[in-house]
Design a binder for this molecule. Structure first.
Ligand code: HEM
Length: 222
């Protein structure tokens, strides 16, 4: 089964490579000795194809999963949906599609995206948010099950990412890192944020997602 998947992946990548390789001869000069003489090295295309495959995998599944969770939470929370739509009506209007330049004017939508990334993170194991056993930090004892970061962590509340006036964004916790941090931070964060914003703003400008019955549960498998 796994071999079959790899074979499908390799065929797809090879096809894409054949489509795009026209007139592209990739090579680079490698510093071969301390006298800074350079020699020509032709890159083996296999690692290049695997890297493209990695980016493809890391970029597709993650973003679609967050979009599915967004829709599920909006369906469960009609008032949040209405508030985003009001914001869109007031700030963007109905005569044109939202654009990336509208992002700064739609804080409630941005806060909702942040909240979805918080409550159902794609990579929840990055930093543990709950004490798995009794432990201590310096002189302080920490009991198993202690969660300190978020007030009502199970509550879906985009408002936690808004400032007191409700007209600007804030980040209430330094450990909120849905895209990781440091040298291995998500390569596609900016792209993913744009995709989430455009998808949700376009959909919600035109449609209301009805709850229907019964509602899907929000615990796991969508
Ligand atoms: C909502 C969507 C996404 C989320 C939540 C997300 C989250 C993450 C997280 C948590 C990591 C691990 C960071 C670490 O190890 O510290 C990561 C790594 C990575 N992501 Fe994303 N990602 C998303 C979308 C994308 C997209 C669209 C792309 C590419 C187009 C992408 C490419 C990558 C790559 C290449 C890495 C590995 C970076 C490295 O190890 O140097 N991701 N992502």
């Amino acid at each position: 089964m796994l071999r079959q998947c790899f074979s499908v992946r390799d065929k797809l990548l090879q096809k894409k490579y054949e489509e795009h390789k026209v007139n592209v001869h990739i090579h680079y000069y490698k510093n071969t000795n301390e006298n800074s003489e350079y020699s020509l090295v032709v890159i083996n295309m296999n690692p290049v194809l695997m890297t493209v495959g990695d980016i493809f995998r890391a970029g597709v599944e993650t973003t679609t999963t967050v979009l599915k969770w967004s829709i599920a939470y909006l369906v469960h929370n009609p008032p949040v949906q209405r508030k985003i739509q009001q914001e869109l009506d007031n700030k963007t209007g109905k005569d044109r599609h939202p654009q990336l330049s509208d992002r700064g004017n739609l804080p409630y939508l941005e806060a909702t995206i942040r909240e979805v990334l918080r409550i159902r993170p794609v990579s929840p194991l990055l930093i543990p948010h709950v004490a798995l056993q009794d432990t201590s930090v310096g002189e302080y004892t920490v009991q198993k099950g202690t969660r300190k970061e978020w007030k009502n962590p199970e509550l879906f509340d985009p408002g936690r990412f808004l400032n007191e006036e409700g007209d600007g964004l804030c980040c209430p916790s330094a450990s909120y890192l849905p895209f990781g941090a440091g040298v291995r931070v998500c390569l596609g964060e900016a792209l993913a944020q744009m995709e989430l914003f455009l998808f949700l703003s376009w959909i919600l400008q035109k449609f209301t997602m009805p709850a229907g019955q019964p509602l899907s549960d929000l615990q796991g498998n969508l």
